[in-house]
Design a protein around this ligand. Structure first.
Ligand SMILES: Nc1ncnc2c1ncn2[C@@H]1O[C@H](COP(=O)(O)OP(=O)(O)O)[C@@H](O)[C@H]1O
Ligand SMILES: [Mg+2]
Length: 405
C-alpha cells in the first residue's frame, strides 16, 4: 500500500500518524511546504519520498506538481488529517483517480451550513441555523431564531470568532467584531454539556469509538483566561447518559456517507438528556486529544488509524481502561514562564495517576492562549473511576500554578 500524506509535519500529531503508517507496512510519501531537512525525525524516518512545494495552498499548482512527481507513481491513497487540507486532499484524489472522500463528500465536513443541511434532511437534531453573508441577513436570522444565539464562521476552528449573543444590543457589538468573516452561521444557542464522538472507520464500519468530555464548554474556556480547560477521554462510552450522543454520532456518519479514516464530532447534551449535533470533521481531533485516547486504552491510536486505512481492521486491544484527562495550564502574568508552583505537592498526593507533564519550562515565552488550545502546557491524569479522575483533574487545575514575568 502506497500512501501520500499531506502536510506530514504539522500539526504536531502528524509525525505519529506517519510513523503508524510505516509501522503497518505502508510506503509513505509526503507533500508539504517545509524543506525536507526541517521535517521532524519521526516524519523523516517514516517517509520514503517527500515533495516540497512553494505553497501547498496554491491548489492547482500543487495538483499539477503531484501529477508529475515520480514519488506519486503507484499511489493507493491520499490521506490528510488536518482540517485546512481536506479539500485539497479531495481534489488530489479526484485528479489521481483514487478512492476516499471526493470534493462533493468533503464539502459537508468543511462547510458548517451544508453539514447541518444534510443532517436536517436525515431528520437528525441540529441547532436551528441560518447562514448569512451581510449584516442585514444576520439581523434577519436573529429575528427568526431568537435569543440567545450563536454567531460563528461557517469554516471556523478553535472557537475563533464565535460569539454568544443574548440580545439585539449585543448583536450590534458582535457584528462589529465579525466584520472580517465572509460568511457566518447564526444558530440557536444550545445549553448543555459538550462531548465528542470520535471514530476510526473502514469501509463505513466503525472499528473504534471514543467519547471525550470538554470541561468546561469550549466557548467558556476560550472566553476566560483563568480557566484550566480539560478534555477527558471517557472510559465508559456506553454509559446511559452518553447513549443519545453515540447514537447521533453513528447516524451522522451514515448520513454523510463516511467510509474510511478518523472522524471527530462534537455534540451537546441538554439538561433533559437530548443530544444535539455540534459539528464534525473527517479527521482526528487536534490539541493532542488522540493522546488522551491512547492513555485511555494503553494503545496507539495513531497506528490503529494506519491499520484501519491499510488493512481494514485494527488488531490492537482497544479496551478502555481509564478516564484520561488532559488539564491545560495558562500562566498568570505575561512574558516568560518564571516558576511553577504546586507541582511537587500534587505529585506527592497522586503522582501515580499522572501520566504526562508537558508544561513549558521556566524561561520559555508564554504561548497565546487564544491562538493555541494547548496554551502554556498540559498534564494528563487518569483513573478508572470518573469522579476520582475529575477530582484529581480539578485539583491540578487549581493547585498547579504557572507564573510568567
Ligand atoms: N449552537 C450553539 N449553541 C451553544 N454553543 C455553541 C453553539 N455553536 C457553537 N457553540 C460554542 O462554540 C464552540 C465552538 O463552536 P464549534 O461549532 O465547535 O466551532 P469550532 O470549529 O470553532 O470548534 C463550541 O464548542 C460551543 O462551546
Ligand atoms: Mg468545535
Amino acid at each position: 500500500m502506497k500512501i501520500l500524506i499531506l502536510s506530514p509535519a504539522y500539526p504536531p500529531e502528524m509525525p505519529f500518524f506517519c510513523r503508524g503508517l510505516a509501522a503497518v507496512g505502508a510506503t509513505v510519501v509526503g507533500i508539504g511546504d517545509s524543506p525536507a531537512g526541517a521535517l521532524p525525525e519521526l516524519t523523516r524516518n517514516a517517509l520514503s519520498d517527500y515533495l516540497q512545494l512553494p505553497s501547498l495552498w496554491d491548489e492547482d499548482a500543487t495538483i499539477a506538481a503531484v501529477q508529475q512527481w515520480a514519488g506519486a507513481r503507484g499511489l493507493d491513497r491520499v490521506e490528510c488529517l488536518w482540517e485546512p487540507g481536506m479539500m485539497l486532499a479531495a481534489r488530489l484524489r479526484e485528479a489521481l483517480g483514487l478512492p476516499g472522500l471526493g470534493c462533493e463528500q468533503t464539502l459537508p465536513f468543511r462547510d458548517k451550513e451544508v453539514m447541518k443541511q444534510v443532517l436536517d434532511r436525515h431528520g437528525l437534531r441540529t441547532p436551528r441555523h441560518v447562514s448569512a453573508t451581510t449584516e442585514d441577513q444576520v439581523r434577519a436570522a436573529a429575528e427568526r431564531i431568537g435569543y440567545p444565539l450563536i454567531v460563528k464562521p461557517i469554516a471556523g476552528a478553535g472557537s475563533a470568532d464565535t460569539h454568544r449573543v443574548d440580545g439585539p444590543d449585543e448583536l450590534d457589538r458582535v457584528l462589529a467584531l465579525t466584520r472580517h468573516v465572509a460568511e457566518v452561521s447564526v444558530e440557536e444557542f444550545i445549553d448543555g454539556e459538550e462531548f465528542t464522538h470520535d471514530t476510526i472507520c473502514s469501509d463505513g464500519e466503525i472499528l473504534y469509538e471514543n467519547v471525550s468530555w470538554y470541561r468546561p464548554r469550549p466557548l467558556i474556556a476560550r472566553t476566560h483566561e483563568w480557566v484550566s480547560p480539560q478534555t477527558i477521554s471517557l472510559r465508559d462510552i456506553h454509559a446511559p447518559d452518553l447513549a443519545a450522543g453515540v447514537d447521533l454520532g453513528r447516524k451522522v456518519l451514515k448520513a454523510l456517507g463516511f467510509q474510511t479514516g478518523f472522524t471527530h464530532m462534537e455534540w451537546f447534551r441538554t439538561a433533559d438528556g437530548e443530544a444535539v449535533f455540534g459539528e464534525i470533521g473527517a479527521r482526528p481531533p487536534g490539541a493532542r486529544s488522540v493522546d488522551m485516547m491512547n492513555y485511555s486504552s494503553d494503545a496507539d491510536m495513531f497506528t490503529a488509524w494506519a491499520e484501519a486505512v491499510c488493512h481494514g481492521r485494527i488488531e490492537q486491544d482497544l479496551t478502555k481502561r481509564y478516564n484520561a484527562a488532559q488539564v491545560i495550564q495558562r500562566a498568570r502574568g505575561e512574558g516568560r514562564i518564571e516558576r511553577i508552583e504546586g507541582l511537587r505537592r500534587t505529585l506527592s498526593r497522586f503522582g501515580q495517576h499522572i501520566v504526562s507533564i508537558e508544561l513549558l519550562p521556566p524561561g520559555t515565552p508564554r504561548r497565546n492562549w487564544r491562538a493555541t488550545l494547548l496554551s502554556d502546557g498540559w498534564m494528563v491524569v487518569r483513573h478508572p473511576h470518573l469522579p476520582t479522575c475529575t477530582r484529581m483533574a480539578d485539583e491540578i487545575g487549581t493547585n498547579v500554578r504557572m507564573y510568567a514575568n
